[in-house]
Design a protein around this ligand. Structure first.
Ligand code: DAK
Length: 257
């Protein structure tokens, strides 16, 4: 399928989605977000795709929602059109999502990054929630996911001052997994995708689901959920193969079932 604002490539085991609005620092307009959610849902169904990388370009992952598109929208229009509803569908993607971030990841760009499961950043990344500078506040997780990731006082600092943080700060604050020189951030994300793609697909899927459960349940409920998923994997062929291969001292061959 051809997209106006996305470039999609598939390599062995994973897919790469690149935002393609370089003139506006990959500002996330409705069209791009519609395409992104459609593409993610399609790729989520493809068995040979086991992991998905989201990226922009060296200058910008994404500088936020498209301010020019949003500027004259009324609250009622947003409510009626449920303009931002499709953002919620990204949370439902079952394959691991890796954000490969260079340059600006601001506002909705930072929120999109935080919706991903893993983040590789280049040393040039500038990550922030600058909505306060344009008279609004974060609307897609910047007060919730950010606070869970970095804690109250740091989230307050980012949301109330709008100041972006550096890649190194993001690493120290637990917002990104790894920081590498700009020449390597995409390569690093691809290596990570390949590594995850080499694991048993059903185990990856249920493990992601279980980790995410920690964000919206009690510890008791989460442990119960985890245990059920653990038991469930014993009905998979891959569990038999994985444990047999260990005992026979060979590499497992996953079937994805
Ligand atoms: N929207 C539209 N255009 C943008 C843009 C944006 N967010 N960011 C940059 N651009 C455009 C600029 O207008 C400029 O276009 P031309 O003027 O050349 O036509 C071009 O990209 C290059 O930008 P600059 O000339 O400004 O480049 P600089 O290097 O000087 O500055 C900058 C880079 C990133 C510091 C600056 O562009 C900037 O401050 N951009 C705005 C960043 C920002 O405020 N982002 C937050 C937007 S609000 C929700 C979901 C999502 C959201 C809300 C709700 N729900 C689910 C409910 C999200 C909201 C937001 O993200």
């Amino acid at each position: 399928m051809a997209y106006e604002h996305l470039l999609i490539t598939k390599e062995s085991g994973y897919a790469l989605i690149q935002f393609n609005r370089p003139d506006v620092l990959n500002a996330l307009n409705i069209k791009l977000m519609t395409e992104l959610v459609d593409a993610l849902e399609e790729l989520d169904k493809e068995t040979e795709v086991r992991c998905i990388i989201l990226t922009g370009n060296e200058k910008a992952f994404a500088a936020g929602a498209d301010i020019k598109e949003m500027a004259n929208t009324s609250a009622m229009e947003m409510l009626q059109r449920d303009q931002f509803a499709r953002w919620d569908r990204i949370r439902k993607i079952k394959k691991p999502l890796i954000a490969a971030v260079s340059g600006f990841a601001l506002g909705g760009g930072c929120e999109l990054m935080m919706t991903c499961d893993l983040v590789i950043a280049s040393e040039t990344a500038k990550i922030g929630q600058p909505e306060i500078n344009i008279g609004v506040m974060p609307g897609a997780g910047g007060t919730q996911r950010l606070t869970r990731a970095v804690g109250k006082v740091k989230a307050m600092e980012m949301v109330l001052t709008g100041r972006p943080i550096s890649a190194q700060e993001a690493l120290q604050w637990g917002l990104v997994n790894k920081v590498v020189p700009v020449e390597y951030y995409l390569q690093e994300a691809k290596e990570l995708a390949k590594e995850i793609a080499s694991k048993a697909p059903m185990a990856v899927k249920l493990a992601k689901e279980s980790v995410l459960k920690a964000f919206d349940t009690t510890i008791e409920g989460g442990l119960e959920f985890e245990r059920k998923n653990f038991y469930l994997l014993f009905s998979s062929e891959d569990q038999k193969e994985g444990m047999k291969a260990f005992i026979e001292k060979r590499k497992p061959e996953w079937k994805g079932k």
